[in-house]
Design a protein around this ligand. Structure first.
Ligand code: UTP
Length: 288
């Protein structure tokens, strides 16, 4: 596959979810899903993201991690003794689910890169450079998940990246409160493909209601753009500002929209987490 590497930043402080995330990484918070035998189960969001990308065909992962986040690394370290305990206690289904996760780990290359200071999503992505250099790669935030049949949004992103020889392909969704997100201005260029004219991070007066989902495909030129982007007033390097830089450099930035039947889960703040729990539970109870 053309895009076989992913950078997944999981180093953020998760301050909006304090005190729950003081010691527990936000990305380890669980949402509901189905185990392979169809039962409802709870799974850490970051495991769900990894398994989804792995089944799509991504096999090289670069997690950007920080202090207090080692539990994620532990979760992604195989534990044969625990598997034995589960089996000895008759928890065979649970053991086989865990074994399936471990098999996926076994068939992946995973690199852990430290972000010593939490200087923003963009700075976290920049730290992935030595691991993913050389071709197109996916960036996926660790606190977002899209429920989609057959990875449609991922297939669409990768296909358009290839077809248009793009420098970046973004995933957009119409929202009622765009000023909380990165927002894109676009023009239609045929079919459901969009050319991105400008992007702004959390604008006070958004020009559109198209929020940028934190899942992207980039050419490595994004690293150059990040290096040439200044941190925002809060001292954070924003990926959205680097995307704007690509646009100013007349590079090819395109976007697709999330389809109506694809469900976006975000666990960034308490209300969103509640929504993610209730939506994922309904979906797991009655899978479509
Ligand atoms: P957020 O933008 O939600 O930031 O991160 P945050 O720091 O985790 O949370 P708040 O705003 O303090 O509540 C989006 C994704 O980017 C990662 C986070 O771990 C999350 O997966 N991130 C963010 C980093 O890896 N490093 C950063 O410096 C910031």
């Amino acid at each position: 596959m053309l895009v076989s590497k992913a950078v997944i930043p999981v180093a953020g402080l998760g301050t909006r979810l304090n005190p729950a995330t003081k010691e527990l990484p936000k990305e380890m918070l669980p949402v509901f899903t189905n185990s392979p035998n169809g039962e409802v189960c709870l799974k850490p969001l970051v495991q769900l993201i990894f398994e989804n990308l792995h089944s799509f065909g991504i096999k090289e992962f670069c997690f950007i991690i920080g202090r207090g986040k080692r539990v994620i690394e532990d979760h992604f370290t195989q534990d044969p003794g625990f598997l034995q305990i589960l089996r000895a206690r008759g928890r065979d289904k649970s053991a086989s689910d865990l074994k399936r996760f471990y098999d996926r780990l076994e068939s992946s290359k995973i690199v852990w890169v430290n972000q010593p200071e939490q200087r923003g999503f963009g700075e976290a992505v920049l730290r992935g450079r030595p691991v993913v250099s050389g071709g197109g790669f996916l960036v996926h935030a660790g606190d977002t998940y899209i429920i989609s049949k057959n990875h449609e949004y991922l297939t669409h992103l990768v296909n358009e990246y290839q077809r248009l020889s793009a420098d970046a392909v973004l995933l957009l969704k119409e929202v009622s409160n765009p000023s909380q997100y990165g927002v894109a201005e676009v023009e239609r260029i045929g079919g459901d493909m969009l050319r991105v004219l400008s992007v702004v991070e959390k604008p006070q007066r958004p020009q559109t209601n198209l929020a940028i989902m934190p899942i992207y495909i980039f050419d490595p030129v994004i690293f150059k753009a990040l290096e040439n982007t200044r941190p925002d007033r809060g001292g954070e390097l924003q990926l959205t500002d680097a995307i704007q830089k690509l646009i100013e450099w007349n590079l090819k930035v395109y976007a697709i929209r999330l389809r109506a039947d694809e469900v976006w889960l975000d666990i960034g703040n308490p209300e969103m987490y509640w929504d993610a729990l209730s939506t994922s539970y309904s979906r797991a109870k009655t899978p479509t």
